[in-house]
Design a protein around this ligand. Structure first.
Ligand code: NAG
Ligand code: NAG
Ligand code: NAG
Ligand code: NAG
Ligand code: NAG
Ligand code: NAG
Ligand code: NAG
Length: 633
């Protein structure tokens, strides 16, 4: 880089910068023409005028008159240079030591399009600092020390489209701080220390399409403040201190297409209506604390194409719950805690083409999770403890059509195939290597049980197979039984019928199923009704902790009380109650008499308490609240 300095017959000094390399610069002819023009001009007009028209390039800047660019980067400047060419279109003041921007600092630069003040020490921007920059399109103030943006600082920037105020120390956005930026389309306020965004802060930003509030320490969603930004299409949040995304957080942003919420380590849930009003095509909630896919808040997003829930401790994708997202094409759930993706998880998603579930805890991925494996183009399944058996055969069969993104899945839990990648297989080997064994129920001894009403019964079921079969119990109506309730399928495969009732009688089925098929075992239960004197069924089942039945059936087990005892206890309780009530009445009678107001009737509601060990455990339901009316003299 050489500097040619020409001293002319006036105090005017012309400093020309000559840059070597590809950069177009003053070359012979250009220099000549320029000088001729300058001299002619000086002759024709007075010197002062010429000096104004042909601004010298300020010291420590490089000027490119072809591109009308002034580059003062790394110039050790403490203030903005004052003798800048009025024609300049680009002004680069980055990496200097500018601390303040005064009132109308850039007044003369009416042609300027791009101003970059990043990486300075700016702490103060005066009112109307940018007034006069009527053509300015981009303004960069990143990595400075701004703590506040005074209302009116951006006055006059009526054509500004791009504003970067990221990595400053701004704590609050005041009302109307951006009101003059009517043409602004993009703002980045990432990485500030924002604690508060005033309600009207964004008013006036009527053209804003994209906003980044990343790495701001906000603890709430600034719902009200976002309301005036009607045309916003993309909104990025980062590091929000929320545990729940509240209802109607974004409900005015009807044009929003992309929402990114990331690095919110406390974000556990999305309220049912938190995304209400949105019509997104892309949603990312990354690095949060979601334990489940927020099916309900998502379900109205029927135009959603892209969903990213990576780095949340989500353990499963349930079956048949994402079908409302009928246009969904991509799901990313990387680095979660996925243990299984249930059959039918992506049912209804006709355009589903990318599944990215690397770095989870999946042992398999069955073809039945998809509406159709034909639409799937990209599958990231690496870094999962995959068991290579017949369930993954479809992946291997389609490996020519599937893009594994340079990370082919590997078998980790099958001893024989350990650390094989899927690309190692050839067609012929497959059938023999990726196998499953049909389930077989062990110990098929007939289980037929006859019990008296009220007893607890247990049936057993145990099966083998590869992969290990899943056990389900079907009731006599062939409906699957859940792990809760009076009749329940325990996790260890047993079926428990507590306080058996006559209507529980019938044939139950244990079904063991895996990817290779199923096996089933019928068991039968007959429950005898109580003899007539005991006919009344206990309506308070579950209130008494009956000692758990030992394996099989406990024919002789008694309930820890009987009805007769209960009635006597209740009667005793009633007598003592009655006497105290009478006493009370006598007292009341004398008292009211002395006051001269005689009340002739009184209605008393009571719940008799029964004596004995069962007094606080459940007799209340049996003895209903009673009521009686007494007539006084
Ligand atoms: C401006 O100057 C800096 C430092 O001399 C240089 O790194 C940068 O590339 C220049 N920018 C342009 C657009 O010429
Ligand atoms: C913002 O959060 C960062 C990281 O959590 C923290 O270091 C910083 O002190 C916070 N700033 C404010 C103003 O709270
Ligand atoms: C959010 O809306 C859902 C659905 O209307 C409602 O069930 C829930 O209680 C609301 N949550 C809060 C915190 O208001
Ligand atoms: C939702 O967005 C899609 C395109 O992204 C658009 O076609 C559709 O009309 C929008 N629906 C509503 C109700 O705005
Ligand atoms: C899967 O997700 C990870 C993490 O978000 C990303 O880096 C990677 O590019 C994604 N892969 C594909 C094929 O989209
Ligand atoms: C299954 O669990 C129940 C209670 O949790 C227990 O009573 C039963 O013996 C268990 N069955 C087997 C086969 O271990
Ligand atoms: C068991 O397998 C048969 C066919 O082999 C199938 O029709 C049936 O639906 C399966 N039952 C269950 C519960 O999986």
């Amino acid at each position: 880089m050489g500097i040619i300095t020409l001293s002319l017959f006036t105090p005017l000094t012309l400093t020309l910068t000559h840059m070597q390399g590809r950069h177009q610069m003053f070359e012979g002819i250009a220099v000549h023409q320029h000088l001729c023009w300058a001299l002619l001009y000086l002759v024709a007009a007075d010197v002062a005028l010429a000096a104004e028209r042909l601004q010298p390039c300020p010291q420590s800047c490089r000027c490119n008159t072809e591109l009308l660019q002034v580059n003062c980067s790394h110039g050790q400047l403490r203030t903005t240079p004052d003798s800048l060419s009025q024609d300049a279109k680009i002004l680069n003041l980055t990496h200097n030591k500018i601390k303040t921007l005064g009132h109308q600092q850039f007044q003369t630069l009416t042609q300027l399009l791009h101003l970059d003040l990043s990486d300075n020490l700016l702490a103060v921007v005066d009112l109307e600092a940018f007034l006069g920059l009527q053509s300015l399109l981009t303004l960069r103030l990143a990595r400075n020390r701004l703590k506040i943006i005074p209302v009116g600082a951006f006055a006059g920037l009526s054509n500004l489209q791009f504003l970067d105020i990221s990595s400053n120390e701004i704590l609050v956005f005041l009302d109307f701080a951006f009101r003059d930026l009517v043409a602004l389309r993009y703002i980045s306020a990432a990485d500030n220390d924002l604690v508060f965004i005033s309600r009207q802060a964004f008013s006036g930003l009527t053209s804003l399409q994209e906003m980044h509030l990343d790495a701001c320490n906000l603890t709430t969603v600034p719902t009200e403040a976002l309301t005036p930004i009607r045309v916003l299409r993309s909104l990025h949040f980062h590091r929000l201190g929320l545990t729940t995304l509240p209802n109607y957080s974004f409900h005015h942003l009807v044009h929003l297409k992309e929402l990114v919420i990331s690095h919110c380590p406390w974000l556990e849930t999305l309220s049912g209506n938190s995304l209400f009003g949105l019509n997104l095509t892309s949603l990312s909630i990354r690095h949060g604390n979601l334990h489940a896919i927020p099916y309900i808040p998502l379900h109205h997003l029927v135009y959603l194409l892209f969903l990213d829930l990576s780095f949340n401790p989500i353990t499963s994708i349930q079956g048949n719950l994402l079908g409302d997202l009928l246009r969904l094409q991509e799901l990313h759930l990387v680095g979660g805690s996925l243990l299984h993706i249930e059959l039918g998880a992506f049912r209804g998603l006709m355009n589903f083409r990318l599944l990215n579930v690397s770095r989870n805890l999946l042992t398999t991925l069955e073809s039945g999770v998809f509406q159709s494996v034909d639409t799937l183009k990209t599958l990231r399944l690496d870094n999962n403890p995959l068991a290579c058996d017949c369930r993954l055969l479809w992946v291997v069969r389609r490996h020519l059509y599937l893009d594994f993104g340079k990370h082919s899945p590997t078998c980790t839990t099958s001893l024989q195939l350990e650390d094989w990648t899927f690309l190692d297989f050839s067609g012929g080997e497959l059938q023999g290597l990726l196998t499953c064994r049909q389930p077989r129920i062990l110990n098929r001894n007939p289980q037929r049980v006859i019990v008296d009403q009220g007893h607890t019964v247990m049936f057993y079921c145990n099966a083998e197979g590869d992969p290990l079969p899943r056990l389900t119990w079907l009731n006599p109506q062939l409906k699957a039984l859940s792990p809760t309730g009076r009749i329940r399928a325990l996790t260890n495969g047993s079926l428990e019928v507590r306080y058996a009732q006559p209507q529980d009688s019938g044939t139950y089925h244990c079904v063991a199923s895996n990817a290779a098929g199923n096996d089933s075992l019928p068991v039968s239960l007959h429950v005898r009704a109580f003899p007539s004197s005991h006919k009344k069924p206990f309506p308070f089942q579950g209130w008494f902790e009956l000692p758990s039945a030992s394996p099989g059936v406990n024919e002789n087990q008694k309930l820890p009380f009987d009805v007769k005892t209960l009635l006597i206890a209740a009667a005793i309780g009633f007598l003592s109650f009655f006497s105290s009530v009478s006493l009370c009445f006598i007292f009341m009678f004398f008292w009211s008499k002395s006051k001269g107001q005689i009340k002739h009737t009184a209605t008393i509601a009571y719940v008799p308490r029964s004596a004995g060990s069962n007094s606080n455990r459940g007799t209340g339901n049996y003895m209903e609240t009673s009521r009686f009316t007494m007539k006084l003299i």
